[in-house]
Ligand binder design. Structure first.
Ligand SMILES: *Cc1c(COP(=O)(O)O)cnc(C)c1O
Length: 487
């Protein structure tokens, strides 16, 4: 009976008694008779993936126009006698307990997404009993009292200091994610320049092009260098073709796939050279990925409101390590007047994208910033960069194509040939590339564990000499490619 022990364990608080830390035999027997989760519900509980061995159950398929429901937990109506038997409670507890096991296992094998999974927010557990909602503008009190604006504004002030803008000159809020920051920054740009053209490199995050579609903006994609950075020669050409219209530019502080950092100073210089005065362009910096890492990297170009930029956004659940999606968006207060209209219902200004906002997120951010501080982040960034170099070097030593940009902790390498392996390690892939974003929770031990499995896997995938190594020359440059032609 798969999973029954887990089910029992979870069901105990309401159903059983503990004798010397053990379930008494009588209760075990009774509970087993009364409740067998696998018999009661055949499908909804997915198997817990084991920590070793490759046994991921689902083959993932994307079928456009068709939703896949195979792994969902069905919602069932309570039976009339549920309250007296406790069956439903026990069933739900078993689902949750097994889900938790899956989370533990999946967290252990996570490398591909830039999420810092290393945190301890035990102290904040007491707050989950409250419906904390920061609807509306953080700087204007609404009539809803269960909010966390005092934390939100504290966090915003911290970021304003980091990005060098005075308290009285900025406006911002804690968003639901990095995407919302981009949607907001680009919207502010569009409100400032209603007939502006949106420029962004083709390696920008898809939320930038989503914004263009949502706002029906004219959008020009700019080419990139092999590193993934915006190609300012191409940018120049495209600006000169559209000199009659203001420019709204998305600048990447870390691209999603290669972790490339666009050269902000060169972007500004290019605009100036093409005759765009500071009142004819708006720059939004998408710092979702590295926005909070860059300030701590020596030699890195500085993101600062002392430069002619309009807004900066960052994700809170990536490097910062907030356990729920969130982000920070900061812009200039003078721009916000274009966006605001009075909403009487809230007795507040309406300059955000969403209505209700997660009021827990600012408290988590406040907690982390207080605990780690500037010095703490600096240490973590250094550790990430060191570990990323270690990973890149080990890959290259093993004859595996790999690239690591100078200011980045994203290691791009040869896409593993086995989809099960890719899913086991939750790698993000594009064309012949996979990447690992080295976050503070990615230790050398974890990387070694991964590398050993990868090297072992490759010895099987490429055993047959007719199976060729993929070529990554166009993705990461010939000097980083280890295929038969370029090694
Ligand atoms: C992750 C990411 C985003 C989007 O952030 P979400 O928090 O996932 O919405 C935007 N831009 C870049 C460069 C990213 O890496």
């Amino acid at each position: 009976m798969v999973g029954s022990s887990v089910a029992l364990e979870a069901a105990m608080p309401s159903n059983g008694s503990l004798v010397n830390g053990k379930v008494s035999d009588r209760m075990t027997a009774a509970a087993e008779l009364a409740f067998d989760p696998t018999a009661a519900v055949p499908e909804p509980v997915p198997s817990v993936a084991e920590s070793d061995g490759v046994d991921l159950e689902i083959t993932r398929e994307i079928v456009l126009g068709k939703n896949v429901h195979t792994t969902c937990f069905e919602v069932t109506e309570p039976d009339a006698d549920d309250e007296s038997t406790g069956d439903k409670d026990a069933y739900m507890a078993s689902v949750l307990a097994r889900y938790r096991k899956t989370l533990v296992e999946r967290t252990k094998h996570h490398l591909g997404y830039p999420y810092n999974l290393d945190f301890d927010y035990g102290a904040l557990g007491q707050l989950q009993h409250f419906s904390i909602n920061n609807l509306g503008d953080p700087f204007i009190e609404s009539n809803y009292g269960v909010h966390s604006r005092q934390f939100e504004v504290g966090v915003l002030d911290w970021f304003a200091r980091l990005w060098e803008i005075e308290k009285d000159d900025y406006w911002g809020y804690i968003t639901n994610c990095g995407t919302e920051g981009n949607l907001h920054g680009i919207l502010v740009g569009r409100e400032v320049f209603p007939d502006g053209i949106l420029y962004g490199s083709k390696e920008s995050h898809y939320s930038v092009f989503k914004a263009a579609r949502m706002y029906r903006m004219e959008c020009v994609k700019v080419g990139t260098l092999v590193t993934g950075e915006i190609d300012c020669a191409d940018f120049k050409e495209k600006l000169l073709q559209n000199k009659n219209k203001p420019a709204i530019i998305n600048v990447n502080i870390g691209t999603t796939v290669k972790g490339a950092v666009d050269d902000l100073d060169l972007v500004i210089q290019t605009l100036e050279e093409c005759g765009f005065s500071h009142d004819r362009f708006y720059i939004h910096c998408d710092g979702a990925l590295f926005g909070l890492m860059m300030p701590f990297v020596k030699k890195a170009p500085k993101v600062s409101f002392k430069k002619p930029i309009g807004s900066v956004s960052v994700s809170g659940h990536k490097f910062v390590g907030c356990p729920m999606p969130c982000g920070v968006q900061i812009t200039r207060l003078k721009h916000i007047n274009y966006l605001s209209s009075n909403v009487e219902y809230l007795a507040s200004r309406d300059a955000t994208i969403m209505g209700s906002r997660n009021g827990h997120a600012p408290i988590f951010l406040w907690y982390t910033l207080n605990r780690k501080g500037y010095k703490g982040f600096q240490k973590e960034v250094q550790k990430c960069l060191r570990n990323a170099h270690y990973l890149k070097d080990r890959l290259r030593d093993a004859g595996i194509s790999a690239m690591l940009n100078e200011l980045s902790s994203t290691v791009v390498f040869e896409r593993p040939r086995d989809e099960v392996f890719v899913r086991r390690w939750q790698l993000a892939c594009e064309r012949n590339m996979a990447h690992i974003v080295v976050m503070p929770n990615v230790t050398i031990e974890k990387l070694d564990y991964f590398l050993n499995e990868l090297i072992q896997g490759r010895s099987i995938w490429y055993k047959d000499e007719k199976v060729r190594l993929p070529c990554l020359a166009i993705d990461i440059g010939t000097c980083n490619c280890c295929c038969a032609l370029h090694k």
